[in-house]
Design a protein around this ligand. Structure first.
Ligand SMILES: [Zn+2]
Ligand SMILES: [Zn+2]
Length: 259
C-alpha cells in the first residue's frame, strides 16, 4: 500500500509491536507514506486507549521515527479519535498532528463492536441500530473536527445485517462527508473480523465515488504483520470502481497520489 494512515501502537493497550517494527514492515511492503493514528485518550472506556499523560511520549516517538526513516519512508502523525459527544477533548482535537481520523465505536455509549457487549444486539431492531450508527457518522462529519472517516461501515463487524438498503441508510452520512471535505479510508481490518470484507463495502464505495468523495488506504494494524495484508484485494476494489488516486495529509492539509 503506497499510503497507509491508520495504525496503532502498544500505548492503546490492545496492540503489539514497536514503532520500529511497524515501520520496517511498512518499508518492506513498499509503503511510501505511513501514518500512526493510535486511539486518542478520552475520559470514557480508558482501557482501550492511551492515557492523556502518554500523548507527549507518543508524539515524540513518532516524530523521532519520522527523522530516523527520512528518505526511506515518510512517517505521519495522527490520532484515531472517538466521536462521542461530551467526551472529545481539546488536547486531542488541537494536537499538532498531520491528521485526525474520526471513528464511531459507540452508539449512545454502547461499544457495539466490542465482543464483550455483543448481547445488546439482541435487544434492539437491527435496522434501527444501523440507522443510529450512520446518523452518528453524519453528526461526526458535520462536526468538521476530523480529516478521515474511520471504517465507514464498522457497524457490520459481526455481520448483523439490516433488512433495509444500506446505501439508503448511509445516504445522509455520505452527503455530510462530501460537504465536510472528508476522506474515506479503505480499511482492511474488516477482513480480519466476522464480516470478512473491507470497510466500506463495495456498494458504499461506489456511492462515495459517485459523490466524488476521495479515499485513502489503511491497515488498521494492531500488530506489525497486519500491515498491507489483503493489499491486492483493496487496491483492485478501488480501481474497479474508478478510483485512481488516494489522499494523505501533512499538517492537516490534503495531498493526493496516484496508486
Ligand atoms: Zn484498536
Ligand atoms: Zn477504529
Amino acid at each position: 500500500m503506497i499510503v497507509d494512515l491508520h495504525n496503532h501502537t502498544p500505548l492503546c493497550n490492545h496492540a503489539e509491536g514497536s514503532i520500529d517494527e511497524y515501520i520496517q514492515k511498512a518499508i518492506s511492503v513498499g509503503t511510501q507514506h505511513f501514518g500512526f493514528s493510535d486511539h486518542a485518550p478520552m475520559d470514557f472506556d480508558p482501557k482501550y486507549r492511551m492515557q492523556f499523560q502518554d500523548m507527549e511520549q507518543y508524539e515524540e516517538d513518532v516524530l523521532i521515527a519520522k527523522e530516523k526513516y527520512k528518505g526511506k519512508i515518510e512517517i505521519l502523525l495522527g490520532y484515531e479519535v472517538d466521536f462521542l459527544e461530551g467526551h472529545m477533548d481539546q488536547r486531542v482535537l488541537n494536537a499538532n498532528v498531520d491528521y485526525l481520523i474520526g471513528s464511531v465505536h459507540f452508539i449512545e455509549g454502547w461499544g457495539f463492536d466490542n465482543p464483550e457487549f455483543i448481547g445488546k444486539w439482541e435487544e434492539q431492531d437491527i435496522d434501527e441500530i444501523w440507522q443510529k450508527y450512520f446518523d452518528t457518522i453524519e453528526k461526526m462529519a458535520n462536526s468538521a473536527l476530523f480529516d478521515i472517516v474511520g471504517h465507514l461501515d464498522l457497524i457490520k463487524v459481526f455481520k448483523f445485517m439490516p433488512k433495509k438498503n444500506i446505501t439508503d441508510i448511509a445516504q445522509n452520512a455520505l452527503l455530510a462527508i462530501k460537504s465536510a471535505g472528508m476522506v474515506l479510508e479503505l480499511n482492511i481490518a474488516g477482513y480480519r473480523k466476522t464480516v470478512k470484507e473491507p470497510y466500506p463495502s463495495k456498494s458504499l464505495l461506489e456511492e462515495a465515488f459517485r459523490l466524488g468523495i476521495p479515499i485513502t488506504f489503511s491497515s488498521d494494524a494492531h500488530k506489525p504483520e497486519q500491515i498491507a495484508m489483503f493489499h491486492d484485494e483493496i487496491v483492485s476494489l478501488a480501481k474497479s470502481i474508478g478510483y485512481t488516486e488516494c489522499a494523505y495529509f501533512k499538517k492537516r492539509k490534503i495531498r493526493f497520489l496516484n496508486f
